[in-house]
Design a protein around this ligand. Structure first.
Ligand code: ADP
Ligand code: MG
Length: 725
């Protein structure tokens, strides 16, 4: 296309994604099939097949200079590999590696496949061996060293690629093809979608340089700066698509401009009246949160806000303020909870809080009426349900609290002004979307998502990147800390039951949480029944013990909760149905059985059921047997702190990003280099830049290459996630 003499255009990722690997030399039909099996079809796939590790030959040592106890890297040829059985029945593979200076013996225990992998008869080129040097009978040797097949690749830093035995492709073959792609695109260079001035401001390298250096680094520092740039690009793509979606929704949907200021004769309004009549002052964080929400609601752009607050931070008050703000302007409010127990709890709490708050009413002699509140779950009897639905349709019901029953098609609102969704982690994005499209006139209600599962800030930016975030980072005053202990031994477990008995004797109450059984609700229920039987006839025989699990019918469940709340039941044996929202201030002890089976977030949620009153509380994590190292690390984190955000960071460290990314981990848009855990600063930076680019003059349209990359690289999975969110 370009006339002679003009510079060729830099090559784009989109272009590379349309070029198939069979254009490369040394890719025959068999290799092509192997590559396909590894999911590598285009030149782009190949470039994105980043090295797993690098062998840094600048640190290479000569075998004859190795000293005892030293950690060393040796590169050489294998001269011998054979295996034998030890007396204890383990396989032991012995391998000899030779460099120009001498010989090293490597011993591998329980890795029988090493014999074939390192067979000198078939091995091509050299191997790199890294490990601790021992000297035994004059031999320098290593036990279970890390081994990389270097092949005949040269260079100071040798990239080691994820290879596939099944596909019959080795690290060095893959590396060779990658090198071909780099060489062929050298002249045109890779297009950099980020403006050069911005790249310079960020102190980063060009895309072209970075892509070359990640595959063929001159030094480890060279590799690190390349990785930094490419990881940033990955995060930027995600942030751009999130921010762009967010702005698009804001621009195209018609929100409700809530009348927050209310009647001049009544400047406090319903929200003000509500706050004034609370038995306690708001925390600073609650005040800030309510102010932010009211500002959002007053604006014509639909609110899409996440309220994060640790267990007990007082989110319900904030939610109620939002509901009332909608009601005050003649709209309705909905509060959706993930379980019936929780919906019922919310209904009790909200009903008590809005008691005595008046609402202007024209059709009424006094000109005012109370707030009309209804509950709707799948267990709501048909007749009541009909009445509630009618009330929602004609607007006589102001606030409805319920479960996902609220988003069924038959539910129509006269004018839903705000939807509050509690405990977002239980709901899918589809449900969020359903609530947002509840109004017949097409107006989009404001949405407030509440979660008590703190997630690290940078993870929130990615997972909830299309939401604004408010954090309730302050606890109501007077909370007693919860002392958390581990119980491993029988004596320690017995001490836990002592504690339960003595707290109950002092007029307090206790929870016993049953082991988590993921098999089925039925199995879990019957296991809970067993625990209940055992305790009620054994350790806790003197006490009034109740049982709660997912299969207890609703009426009975309500009765049990009520009995526990008022104290006729002193101990509640329960499954995780009590995980969220249950609020009984007199409960001061929680014993969690098989705590090692639970995740950090879940334990933290559970523990939040105690420590809600003014008395000091206790949580005993029972882990009998031999918990895994990870489980122990989780439990120890809970013992160490009750700060949910700190625990969320620990969780991220222990489990990696899969946990927070969830569904998004799939598809081509995988974060290949970037890690939400290691690259926290980079996530924040990418988000900042994304806003800059999307909101800047001319918008993202000014950067067609970025748009193209988002389109090519963020697969349908994501597109769906983003638009539904
Ligand atoms: P969350 O839903 O965030 O876990 P809740 O809204 O259930 O927390 O509140 C926990 C408890 O704290 C409730 O008993 C509530 O009445 C009380 N509470 C909320 N805000 C305050 C405050 N500002 N001062 C004192 N107590 C408060
Ligand atoms: Mg709550």
């Amino acid at each position: 296309m370009s006339a002679g003499g003009s510079q060729p255009q830099p090559i784009t990722l989109a272009e590379l994604s349309t070029m198939e690997v069979d254009v490369l030399t040394r890719v025959g039909p068999k290799k092509l099939e192997g590559l396909r099996q590894m999911g590598i079809e285009s030149l782009l796939d190949l470039l994105f097949h980043y090295p797993r590790r690098y062998v840094d030959r600048t640190r290479e040592a000569h075998i004859n200079e190795l000293g005892e106890g030293e950690e060393a890297l040796v590169v050489g040829r294998v001269t011998r590999a054979d295996s034998q059985r030890t007396r204890r029945g383990r396989t032991m593979v012995t391998v000899e590696v030779e460099d120009r200076s001498g010989r090293l013996r490597c011993t591998f225990f329980n890795q029988p496949w090493r014999e074939r992998q390192l067979d000198p008869a078939v091995l091509v080129g050299e191997v790199a061996v890294f490990g601790k040097v021992e000297i035994f009978r004059g031999w320098r040797q290593m036990t279970n060293p890390v081994v990389d097949l270097v092949g005949d690749r040269t260079g100071r830093i040798v990239p080691i690629y994820p290879q596939s035995d099944k596909a019959g492709l080795s690290s060095w073959e893959l590396g060779g093809w990658v090198e071909q792609v780099l060489r062929r695109s050298e002249k045109r260079t890779l297009a950099d979608p980020v403006p050069a001035t911005l790249v310079a401001d960020l102190g980063m390298r060009s895309r072209s340089e970075a892509m070359r250096a990640i595959h063929l680094p001159e030094s480890m520092a060279d590799m690190a700066s390349a990785r930094h740039r490419l990881a940033f690009d990955e995060l930027l793509r995600i942030q751009l698509s999130l921010v762009r979606t967010k702005r698009r929704v804001e621009a195209t949907s018609q929100g409700i401009r809530h009348d927050i200021d209310g009647d001049p004769a009544d400047p406090l309004g319903m929200v003000g009246a509500f706050v004034a009549q609370l038995p306690y002052p708001l925390t600073g964080a609650q005040e800030r949160a309510i102010a932010e929400i009211l500002t959002d609601m007053a604006s014509p752009v639909p609110m899409h806000r996440l309220l994060q607050g640790d267990v007990g931070a007082g989110k319900t008050v904030v939610a109620t303020a939002a509901l009332l703000a909608a009601v005050q302007g003649g709209h309705q409010g909905a509060l959706m909870a993930p379980t019936e127990v929780l919906a019922e709890q919310h209904a009790v709490a909200v009903r008590a809080m809005v008691q005595g708050i008046d609402l202007a009413a024209e059709d009424n002699l006094f000109g005012v009426r109370g707030v009309e509140l209804a509950v709707l779950t799948n267990r709501t009897p048909a007749a009541t349900r009909r009445k509630v639905l009618a009330g929602l349709g004609d607007g006589s019901v102001d606030v409805v609290i319920g479960t996902h029953a609220l988003i069924q098609e038959s539910v129509g609102f006269r004018s839903l002004g705000v939807a509050v969704i509690d405990e977002q982690h239980r709901f899918g994005v589809e449900q969020r979307a359903a609530l947002r499209s509840s109004n017949a006139d097409g107006s989009v209600p404001d949405v407030l998502v509440m979660t008590a599962t703190p997630i690290p800030r940078t993870a929130a930016m990615t997972v909830y990147g299309d939401l604004d975030v408010t954090v309730l980072d302050e606890m109501p005053p007077g909370r007693q800390p919860i002392t958390t202990t581990l119980a491993h031994s029988d004596t320690e477990v017995a001490a836990a039951w002592d504690l339960v008995r003595s707290e109950v004797a002092a007029g307090r109450r206790a929870y016993v949480v049953c082991p988590l059984i993921e098999e089925s609700a039925k199995v879990e229920a019957s296991a809970a029944e067993d625990v209940y039987e055992e305790l009620a006839t054994g350790e806790l025989a003197e006490l009034d013990v109740g049982l709660l699990h997912g299969r207890v019918p609703a009426d009975e469940r309500r009765a049990v909760m009520e009995a526990f709340r008022e104290g006729s039941l002193q101990v509640l044996v329960a499954t995780t149905v009590i995980e969220v929202g249950v609020d009984v201030a007199e409960a001061t002890v929680m014993v969690i059985l098989d705590a090692d089976r639970f995740g950090i977030a879940q334990l933290h949620q559970l523990r939040g059921r105690v420590g809600r009153g003014t008395a000091a509380s206790h949580c005993v994590l029972v882990a009998r047997g031999d918990p895994t190292e990870d489980a122990l690390a989780r439990l120890e984190a809970l013992v160490r702190t009750d700060d949910g955000f700190e625990l969320a960071e620990v969780d991220l460290d222990l489990r990696g990003e899969g946990t927070v990314m969830g569904e998004r981990q799939k598809g081509r848009s995988d974060l290949l280099l970037a890690s939400l855990r290691r690259d926290r600063d980079l996530v924040a930076k990418a988000r900042e830049v994304a806003f800059e680019l999307v909101d800047g003059p001319g918008g993202l349209e000014r950067f067609p290459l970025l748009i193209e990359e988002i389109d090519v690289l963020l697969a349908e999975v994501d597109e769906e996630f983003l638009t539904k969110g």
